[in-house]
Design a protein around this ligand. Sequence first.
Ligand SMILES: C[S@@+](CC[C@H](N)C(=O)[O-])C[C@H]1O[C@@H](n2cnc3c(N)ncnc32)[C@H](O)[C@@H]1O
Length: 294
Amino acid sequence: MALAIEDRAALDFVLSLRRHWAGTVYPRLRADFDAAAPSPVPVNDPESLAPLVHGLATYPWFSWLERGSQKMLWRAVSDAVVRQGALPPGPDGPATVEVDPDLVLPDWYTDWDIHVQPGGVWSHDLAGRVYELGARLVMLGENDDYAFHRLFVETALPKRSYRRMVDLGCGFGKSAWPLKQAYPEAEVIGVDLALPCVDLAARRASERKLAVRFRQADAVATGLEGGAPTSSPPPCSCMRCRSTCCRRYSRRRRACWPPAACCASWISSVPATACATWPWWNTAPVTTSPSCRP
Ligand SMILES: C[S@@+](CC[C@H](N)C(=O)[O-])C[C@H]1O[C@@H](n2cnc3c(N)ncnc32)[C@H](O)[C@@H]1O
């Protein structure tokens, strides 16, 4: 659906701001940090790094611009999606949705806004589309065709046949679609707590003619028949989690397969030990993602 010109302008502005933050301010902060940091950097001790990071002249610019542009991002995206309104009916399959009307969302999930998206990804019908459009800006416009997610599937998974692949915390499905495209013989299932997300995921999968099964459930109790999944890829979460494997992934733009602990832990709250390996992430409340709380 086309965007109104004022929404396009607002989104372009936020995108430019985010690119400036990532491409100019962050490298400058990093350079300042490298010049001031002890060697070796005590990456597992964020408390000792905090005063150093907070004292850098570029840090207030970095942290203000991060949070400020993040707030502007969700405002601009929400305005654009609300102005568009509901989508016309989508294709009738081949993807399917399994809704659990009795599912009670856990407090930790509703008390924290996932992705800092106001109201989280679950609280209203348009929340999935707000997340979808927001993700494009979060990725600085460099993943609009989801090449990043295709790359993950192409590089991270051992090439063999799979009977079933489960994408835990599938969001609006951008990891599940390339799984099905790459492994059409596998039963691909996306699981997410947020109904607006699984609804949108199924719609987008059907638009791509992909027979993916989406299910509203908690990843810790999926209710799936037949036991454990064979695979559970969390590429986006890697961008947040910043554990060792994830940092390698982000840096090289190719995935390593995260250890099970990483896969399991990112979903609810990434443990401080994982966050601590990324010096910026855990040093100040203002820049700490709720999904990465100590
Ligand atoms: C980073 S986003 C989705 C990323 C997605 N895997 C992708 O590659 O696009 C995290 C998602 O996990 C979901 N989520 C978080 N905790 C969950 C849980 N315990 N069970 C199911 N879904 C969960 C959230 O609703 C959100 O949609």
